[in-house]
Design a protein around this ligand. Structure first.
Ligand SMILES: [Zn+2]
Length: 333
């Protein structure tokens, strides 16, 4: 199978909730939330191009400093997206340090911070290292409602949940999944090689039968011929959904089901046992049973509970068992 991204929880099911989405092709990665990043290598952090922040509680944003420190001397742009207040949070973080050593000879590194709402972007700003991170407004992207990012091969969608404060849930949707049938390539006497990655990228970006791709020796090959020969198989792209920090309620339920619908993998917070639902409610969090029910109703093919409360340290099996029972229950309760 050739999925664009491989998702993994940086801190496993306990600890700060942060999802690392590593791209299979090209040196690139996304983060959903930016809590403790210490388990990631500097090389992995160096790949991060986009960070999608659910909300600004510390366990979802405290990793910003490590990200900044490792990226500061690398040219390029780091893009952050989050609920209103995200850009103010970035500005406040940057204001904590003295930047007198930065000037026109510094690496051309920039941070872009974009405040997102379900109605569209509320604002976007750039902070450039060469200007000692002075805050400048920039044009916000114009995207359809519900979209945070739109690229040829993928999009990132969001919904706004209630966690006492707004908390965003995200889904990365690959537009198309492309698999290679090696036997069909063999029959056409075409060897595998880097040319296939480029051809698959063209297909994922929507290239059709009339397009040409560059073959193994730089020759032009007809995409239509390759498709008719069965060399490539196209299927709906992978969907990875990430839900964290949301209380139980009808508005949240409807939005979680929407963002998680048909997910190939759903990461969903399951921090409390249902026996403690009064505590979970008071802190605007889901219980494991509620999370399992939502994962089942959304039709998630794989569901991964995470963000376990430290109060269950050593007893995480009970949270997993409660979650799995609700997720695997057949029919409606
Ligand atoms: Zn929170």
């Amino acid at each position: 199978m050739s999925s664009l991204v491989q998702p993994r929880l940086v801190n496993g099911p306990t600890g700060d909730s942060t999802l690392f989405l590593d791209f299979a092709f090209g040196r690139r990665a996304f983060l959903f939330d930016c809590g403790d990043l210490s388990p990631l290598s500097p090389r992995e952090i160096g790949r991060v191009s986009h960070v999608f922040v659910s909300h600004l509680h510390m366990d979802h944003f405290a990793g910003f400093d490590r990200l900044l420190r490792l990226r500061l001397n690398q040219p390029g742009t780091l893009r952050l997206f989050g609920p209103p207040g995200l850009a103010d949070g970035v500005a406040a973080k940057l204001a904590a340090y003295r930047w007198n050593l930065l000037d026109e000879s510094s690496a051309d590194f920039s941070i872009e911070a974009q405040d997102w709402t379900e109605q569209g972007f509320a604002g976007a700003w750039r902070f450039r290292a060469r200007e000692a991170f002075a805050r400048r407004p920039i044009d916000a992207p114009r995207l359809s409602p519900g979209l945070v990012l739109s690229e040829p091969e993928l999009m990132v969608e969001a919904v706004q949940l209630d966690h006492g404060i707004p908390s965003l849930a995200f889904a990365l949707q690959e537009r198309l999944r492309v698999n290679v049938h090696k036997a069909k390539l063999d029959a056409m006497e075409l060897p595998v090689g880097p040319w296939l990655s480029a051809a698959k990228a063209q297909l994922r970006a929507g290239a059709g039968e009339g397009a040409e791709v560059e073959g193994p020796n730089g020759e032009a090959l007809s995409l239509g011929t390759l498709l008719r020969a069965g060399a490539f198989h196209r299927a709906p792209g992978q969907r990875v959904a990430y839900v964290t920090d949301a209380g139980w309620g009808e508005a949240n339920r409807e939005r979680i089901l929407r963002i998680a619908a048909g997910a190939d993998t759903l990461f969903i917070e399951a921090g409390f046992l249902h026996a403690d639902h009064a505590i979970a409610n008071g802190r605007h969090h889901l219980t494991a049973a509620q999370a399992g029910d939502l994962a089942r109703e959304a039709g998630a093919r794989r569901a991964v509970p995470h963000h376990f409360s430290p109060r269950y340290e050593g007893g995480e099996d009970a949270l997993i068992a409660e979650f799995e029972t609700a997720y695997r229950r057949s029919g409606e309760a």
